[in-house]
Design a protein. Structure first.
Length: 364
């Protein structure tokens, strides 16, 4: 019943940010996460200490999990018998999750991993059962890991902790072909993610740590394309949803069972999604138009969405940005940008202090 109400919010989301009132515009300095001879760098997350994780494609086109500690990039180790690795999330204690894989003629062998920034040369295996392959997506400050477990190619949501071990959270009660996956968990134990029938649209979900059940995160999400990607400590989640039934998913917040489009977040493009939110309510994500292969990274502050590249004091060598992936409580953003014609690079966008020189933006 909220779809008609939210159609107005979708219209507002297509308007330029200047049409909305808000506080002072934010400004940033972009710094590449530089890795020598890499054929692509894909950052995934950042914590309060400014440590970032992800993976890079090395000179031999092998995926390597990495930790950026604020000064240098550290390649994270993987078990013997695993050819590649990816890091997907880091918490404020420096615990890092991800997975290592080897592709064989019979499919991929997968090992779920836990590293620690305090001792990045070591690791812990948290899952190596090839009948229940774990793909971690997030870890909170209590060390609870969430993600998807692949069982014969079908996905089931899972949680894992050192104390409680692996918990199969299953799938929503939507028929035998449904599958589910968690994307993020906050310290209060609220989890968000999505479900879909095989070959069909995704739908945004939520759940509680220790409580059985995978539920719709907001009214209308099971009727249209939707997905939840991140969650703040106050329970506000972010993601995407086709709020007006047009077939175009737009960046949204999910709060108290209601999805709301983020005003201006499309930046003039057709679709998009929100991926991260911090304690101040600043949201980051991506706007896109696949018909024209156009992409922009957005940051939404105090109800106003901005093109992150336009709010930066230089482009750091990126002709355009592909995505703002995560943000910490200091307002530091990590994301992806285009390098050359085909490669992907990663950046850190650091907020610039209020200075009169920035009052009217940057000169082109």
């Amino acid at each position: 019943m909220h779809l008609r109400i939210l159609a107005l919010a979708t219209l507002l989301a297509t308007l330029p940010a200047a049409a909305h009132a808000g506080g002072p515009a934010p400004h940033y300095h972009l710094t590449p996460i530089a890795i020598a001879d890499a054929n692509g760098v894909y950052v995934a997350d950042i914590n309060e200490a400014g440590q970032a994780v992800g993976y890079y494609v090395d000179a031999d086109f092998v995926n390597q999990a990495f930790l950026f500690d604020g000064r240098k990039v550290i390649t994270l180790p993987r078990p013997a018998g695993r050819d590649e690795a990816m890091a997907t999330a880091i918490n404020d204690l420096g615990q890092i999750v991800g997975y290592a894989t080897t592709v064989t003629d019979d499919g991929a062998l997968t090992t779920a991993m836990l590293w620690n920034a305090a001792n990045p040369a070591d690791y812990t295996v948290i899952g190596d059962d090839q009948a229940n392959k774990l793909d971690p997506a997030d870890i909170n400050n209590a060390g609870v890991v969430v993600g998807l477990a692949s069982q014969d190619g079908a996905f089931r949501a899972f949680t894992w902790s050192q104390a409680g071990g692996l918990v199969d959270d299953g799938v929503p009660p939507n028929g035998p072909d449904s599958q589910a996956y968690w994307s993020a968990i906050n310290d209060a134990g609220t989890i968000v993610g999505g479900w879909n029938a095989i070959g069909a649209l995704t739908h945004a979900t939520t759940g509680r740590l220790g409580t059985p059940g995978i539920l719709p995160i907001a009214d209308g999400v099971d009727a249209v394309a939707s997905m939840a990607h991140g969650i703040a400590e106050d329970g506000t989640a972010v993601g995407e949803m086709d709020v007006d039934g047009s077939g175009n998913a737009v960046p949204v917040t999910f709060r108290d069972g209601v999805a709301r489009a983020i005003p201006g977040a499309l930046l003039g493009l057709s679709t998009g999604g929100a991926y991260g939110i911090n304690s101040a309510g600043t949201i980051v994500g991506r706007a896109q138009d696949f018909a024209t292969l156009s992409f922009k990274a957005f940051v939404a502050v105090d109800g106003v969405a901005y093109d992150l590249l336009q709010q930066s004091d230089g482009d750091a060598g990126y002709p355009y940005l592909l995505k703002a992936a995560a943000i910490n409580d200091h307002g530091v953003i990590v994301g992806l940008g285009r390098v050359g014609d085909f490669e992907v690079g990663s950046f850190i966008a650091t907020p610039l202090a209020g200075d009169a020189i920035f009052a009217d933006g940057f000169d082109g």
